[in-house]
Design a protein around this ligand. Sequence first.
Ligand code: FAD
Length: 360
Amino acid sequence: MSLFAAESFTSLLTNLQQQVCDDRTDAWPAEQLRGMADAGVMSWDLPVAWGGLDLEPVDQLEGLRLLSSACLVSTFILTQRSAAVRRIATTDNEAAKQRLLPGLLSGDIFATVGISHLTTSGQHLKTPLVQASETADGFVLNGIVPWATGVTQADYLITGGTLADGRQLLAAIPTDAPGLTVQPPVELMALNASQTGAVKLNNVVVDQGQLLHGPIEQVMQRGTGGGAGSLGTSALAIGATAGSLRSLTEEMQRRPDLQEFVTPLQAECDQLTAELRLAATGDHPAGSAAVEQLRRQANSLVLRSAQSWLAATKGAGYVSGHPAERAVRESMFFLVWSCPQPVLAANLRELACAGSAAPH
Ligand SMILES: Cc1cc2nc3c(=O)[nH]c(=O)nc-3n(C[C@H](O)[C@H](O)[C@H](O)COP(=O)(O)OP(=O)(O)OC[C@H]3O[C@@H](n4cnc5c(N)ncnc54)[C@H](O)[C@@H]3O)c2cc1C
């Protein structure tokens, strides 16, 4: 039986759909994340040698797609934990793996990433947002990590900095380390329960035991899979689309006039789901260009699907707290989260109806 047909997984999906997490910065989807851990989700991305299932990418993406169709905020948090797990699992630092991976598997340790300043955030600035300097025993970090999801709840932050010569390092730093200050979560347009915010680093010492990767140039390209705009981000956008379309289809049962709009959106969603699978197995006809292409199409579709649901629900859907208005706000997240410049440019072109704006 497929992992996703198992009773433990289908009941997890049902629970996630029912336990709607408040969209507030003092909310945290603890129950949803515990439910995922109990259903074995935390084992998907861990190496077999560490007790994980190390699922094939195609299965991990299918799992993420299904989870995000039920609860975007907890699935988004899961992806940030997964990004942390990937950086830990691919380090040569065996002691760090020993210290962190068992707890990450059981769900007893929560780790997140604050790495956007090494990829997307602040790239136009002359000075790196986090500066590293070398000491006799390791490194010292100073600066600001602009984004770290769930860091208020995290035991470890995977983050890094840039040395004066341009080399970068990544480390697993305990969130109670001296000099590390977690800022209060920022008020977001949506996904507030992800408790996302900045972290200040003031002379934070990184010893050899905490060092995961580097110092090297472009540390983020080191054996990690899943950079900015990876297939995982598209899986979440397609999943969020499926969530909107599920509700729109329920509305359509009472209002057959909506079928004209739901049918093409659902067909597009099915098509992107199939393409996601092809890209994950390396069989997509566009080859490596499929990753960017899929994210562009998924961004377009998630926005249009949520807005179609809102339009169908009319004024009632515009009232704060209605799931349709929340879906519209949540869909906007994909315009800014881990969105490579070419994807953003294509989305902006589509919004401006300029040039080759069509999503396909
Ligand atoms: C809800 C949420 C959760 C996130 N969670 C995480 C996380 O857990 N871990 C993580 O690592 N990242 C996370 N991110 C970061 C995300 O992946 C992106 O890196 C981030 O959204 C990029 O936006 P920025 O404002 O940092 O970009 P920046 O490029 O730094 O832009 C900031 C501002 O700088 C100005 N600017 C930008 N480019 C230029 C330019 N060329 N010239 C002049 N001015 C310019 C603009 O005014 C812009 O508004 C999260 C983001 C969000 C919104």
